[in-house]
Design a protein around this ligand. Structure first.
Ligand code: 5RP
Length: 227
């Protein structure tokens, strides 16, 4: 299976994973990106089995609605049973780097309220140590240079994602050269920089389940097994 087939397969597995748990009133949290798009397309086939979705981006909201899946504002939703999303990197504890698609803040919000966070990814995303993929940091525009200086002080090499504005009206710094051996500490430290909205480390709230593609088969890992 090539990487594109793997994405499609893990998305279909995620639908099979959640389907038995869905009720008429269930709300499904939906991520952003190419793998999440496959999930949305597969979810459409069982849209009669749940109430609707909360979305982590305008792009995913548009795709969900194009399939006739109702999309709710998170403020009006009490429970999100499952949140399903892709990742740019996952380590073996299911701590993630996310945000290549720029939706990291809304993704982190939906993940934070979900009972079960399922990450779906092709095999290229599994790493021993996070950081080969540049870490996206969403920043309030006026703080861009000030935050960049702080990120340099932490050992990173921030690169401004030129011409890109997030759904929240902010900018992204992609930070290269971090070797992230303690993701929870790093996540908290970067979030503490004034002007940072959030960063793409999902370690304080990691995924609970990783559905990972492979050349021959899809495997399912649970964070609990890695502890
Ligand atoms: C978007 C994300 C994506 O989930 C992440 O970039 C993975 O994307 P893809 O499935 O296209 O490889 O975090 O902000």
């Amino acid at each position: 299976m090539d990487l594109e087939d793997q994405k499609r397969q893990v998305a279909e597995h995620a639908v099979q994973f959640i389907e038995p748990h869905l009720k008429a009133e269930s709300i499904v949290g939906v991520g952003t990106g190419t793998t999440a798009n496959y999930f949305i397309d597969a979810l459409a086939a069982i849209k009669h089995k749940f109430d609707g979705a909360v979305s982590s981006s305008v792009a995913s909201e548009t795709r969900l609605k194009s399939h006739g899946i109702p999309v709710y504002d998170l403020n009006g939703v009490a429970d999100v049973g499952f949140y399903v999303d892709g990742a740019d990197e996952s380590n073996h504890r299911l701590e993630l780097i996310k945000g290549r698609g720029g939706a990291l803040t809304r993704e982190k919000i939906v993940a934070s309220v979900a009972e079960t966070f399922i990450c779906i990814a092709d095999a290229s995303k599994l790493v021993d140590i996070l950081g080969a993929f540049p870490l996206p940091v969403e920043v309030i525009p006026m703080a861009r240079s000030a935050v960049a200086r702080q990120l340099v002080a932490l050992g990173g090499r921030p690169v401004y994602r030129e011409g890109y504005v997030t759904d929240n009206g902010n900018v992204i710094l992609d930070v290269h050269d971090f070797v992230i051996e303690d993701p929870c500490t790093m996540e908290a430290r970067i979030n503490n920089i004034v002007g940072v909205v959030t960063n793409g480390l999902f370690a304080l709230r990691p995924a609970d389940v990783l559905i990972l593609g492979g050349p021959d088969a899809v495997t399912t890992r649970r964070a609990a097994d890695a502890r």
